[in-house]
Design a protein around this ligand. Sequence first.
Ligand SMILES: Nc1ncnc2c1ncn2[C@@H]1O[C@H](COP(=O)(O)OP(=O)(O)OP(=O)(O)O)[C@@H](O)[C@H]1O
Length: 454
Amino acid sequence: MTNFNIQAGEALLEARNIKKIYDMDGKRPRGVNPPVVLDDINLTIRAGEFVALLGPSGSGKSTLLRILAGLLRPSEGQVLFKDLPQQGPNPHLSIVFQSFALFPWLTVLQNVELGLEAQEVPPTQRMRRSLSAIDTIGLDGFEDAYPKELSGGMRQRVGFARALVVEPELLFMDEPFSALDVLTAANLRKELLSLWREHKIPTRAIVMVTHNIEDAVLMADRIVVLGANPGIIRVELPGLPIEQRNATNDNYTKTVDLIYRIMTSPRADISSLMPSTTTSKLIAPKQQPYQVLPHVAISDVTGLIELVHSKGGREDIYQLGRDFQLEVDDLLPMIDAANMLGFAEAREGDFVLTEIGKRFAEAGVQEEKDLFRQQAIKNVTMLRHIVRDLSGEPSHTLPEEHFLNELQQHFSEDESWAQLETAINWGRYAEIFSYQEERGVFRLEEQEAISERV
Ligand SMILES: Nc1ncnc2c1ncn2[C@@H]1O[C@H](COP(=O)(O)OP(=O)(O)OP(=O)(O)O)[C@@H](O)[C@H]1O
């Protein structure tokens, strides 16, 4: 097996002051500002390192990966490859995606050879290199199989072989394990790490997008945590020494816990969450321009509050995820919503119910709705604006476009709809307004109209 000598330290890719706005090819209504998806991103990828990009859904991880790969142009800033501005797709880089993207009518060998065809490598060399990549990635004997004959894990191996056959200097991975079952993912992760650490592949740096904190801590030498709306780098954390990267190690648990805390406190000043011994690169927090509603149904938030109340009103957030078998991506919006509504706060990595949160947990149906309404109108900008605008109308009704226009000043079209749907779910539950789905019309509930007049 070849051993490649990787020189460590040299800056391979450098993102400088990257900003990204999807401008929808100018198809936006006038006066509507497209949202800033990434803002002022500065990031260097060095030879010899494995970097994980972690962040909540919508924080722009995939967008950043595509910009770094040269597949997408930033709106501002530039990416340098070995100190030179990168123009178009970087030919020294391969990407493995979550979906395997194999051609079903081609065999494993033909799928892997595709990468080399594009580079116009002669057929005999192409076959030799492809067979060697297939062997390296553990698919020996399946060269002539078609994708439909393979399990998910084996298909992803073909994805890796196709990426590695071109001997890329940089390997990018976008959620490479998330479509696989837990055991297959663990197996593939372990094998990929040993190819990388033992220099059996010539790749000089790896960048992986993931929403899985454990994957990041197990694999990465540096963990970059992004925040959303707009996507910014909140903090860069050094990875653990390799010998500490296992679930039974104390520092492993502490690091996973710390990242949980950071991700579940999207508005917290990072320095207040860091243990004093961690050497991290802190990025100054920016003010969020517009309050973002976490996409979560109120029934999930009430469920979480009731469960934590039954456990004494305080629970470690990491433990909470484990107890309820929730991925951080599912837990995070619930915690965010409870915080936003003033029912709970994140304190030293714990989810702690406030006094009003405890009352909410103990309340009967009507009091629960009343408390929710009171907290929602006090704390949620969008709901306050809906009440304000509906009250200003003699008919107490408005079409949904009215509110979508407001949201589209701050969010993409899809995200505006998602924000509105969440506001509708919350507002209906609290009986603040009704919403007629067929006509797309909001109407203020009687009591809100009365209290507005008082
Ligand atoms: N082609 C596009 N046109 C317009 N908006 C887009 C496009 N691609 C992504 N976005 C928006 O940019 C934001 C960031 O998306 P992106 O997929 O980069 O985030 P992410 O952190 O990778 O999210 P996830 O973890 O859910 O995949 C989202 O609001 C998304 O709707």
